[in-house]
Design a protein around this ligand. Structure first.
Ligand SMILES: O=C(O)c1ccccc1NCC(=O)[C@H](O)[C@H](O)COP(=O)(O)O
Length: 263
């Protein structure tokens, strides 16, 4: 049976086919060669306390329209100035209404690490991410074979980027560990059904070896959830909806950062 994730990935592949006609991988490789090195995001996420990866998110399959974000750079600067460790930028167009132009403008606006949040299924997208200034890429275990995961994880490191390897169940966690992931994100949202279960992190965290950076993703409603994840062993939380749909994103960031520091 086809899942939400399958449908998203099918759309991503169609859009990718158009972009690869417009810009070759060789062009991207030339652009990457001229860029300054990526920021070591893994090291930043390892810093003591709970880090916040704050997301620029206009819409989602689960909630539809979330926020009118006319100026992603301004929102990203607000996040960074309020204490976010890194910025996540959704670049998938069809369901999240994100673009690579969003990534460009956020990259130009902030000096903290930037995550290209998308559904990575080919090496081309990693070159594209780096060419557009990303320091972190997302690898969703559920949408990759073991060979793809290993190859793309290695390529991310060759390009100097941090790979955030995302899991949602025990089997995926084992596959991430076997692939040598040094940063694992536990997504509370099941990308096949869109259900959110906040106990997913506490269930899977014992399977993640010490020394691996642990990121709790999705469904963080505010400071209380972040504090609980910190107590359960999270090094970072990735938050989208709660930041973009609230009246005061800067205050929301400050509250989450303070809650993480105090737990
Ligand atoms: O957000 C969704 O509905 C979604 C659906 C299918 C695939 C991915 C999806 N979201 C991507 C994310 O990982 C989240 O944007 C991120 O973890 C932040 O989640 P939240 O704080 O719940 O907005």
């Amino acid at each position: 049976m086809s899942t939400v994730l399958d449908a998203i990935v099918a759309g991503v592949r169609e859009d990718l086919a158009v972009r690869t006609e417009q810009v070759s991988q060789s062009d991207l490789e030339r652009r990457v060669a001229d860029l300054p090195a990526a920021i070591d995001a893994e090291q930043r996420l390892r810093a003591p306390g709970l880090s916040l990866i704050a997301e620029v998110k206009r819409a989602s399959p689960s909630k539809g329209h979330l926020a009118e974000i006319a100026d992603p750079a301004s929102l990203a600067s607000t996040y960074a100035d309020a204490g976010a460790t890194a910025i996540s930028v959704l670049t998938e167009q069809r369901r999240f209404h994100g673009t690579l132009a969003d990534l460009d403008s956020v990259r130009a606006a902030v000096s903290v690490p930037v995550l290209r949040k998308d559904f990575m299924v080919t090496d081309y997208q990693l070159w594209e991410a780096r060419a557009h200034g990303a320091d972190i890429i997302l690898l969703i275990v559920a949408s990759l074979t073991d060979d793809e995961l290993a190859r793309m994880h290695a390529l991310a490191h060759e390009l100097g980027m941090t790979a955030l390897v995302e899991v949602h169940d025990e089997g995926e966690t084992q596959r991430a560990v076997d692939a040598g992931a040094s940063v694992i994100g536990v997504n509370a949202r099941n990308l096949k059904t869109l259900e959110v279960h906040r106990d997913t992190f506490s269930r899977l965290v014992p399977l993640i070896p010490p020394g691996v950076v642990k990121v709790a993703e999705s469904g963080v409603a505010g400071a209380a959830d972040a504090a609980l994840y910190a107590v359960q062993g999270a090094d970072a939380v990735l938050v989208g909806e709660a930041l973009v749909s609230g009246a005061d994103p800067a205050a929301a960031v400050r509250e989450i950062v303070a809650a993480g520091a105090g737990s």
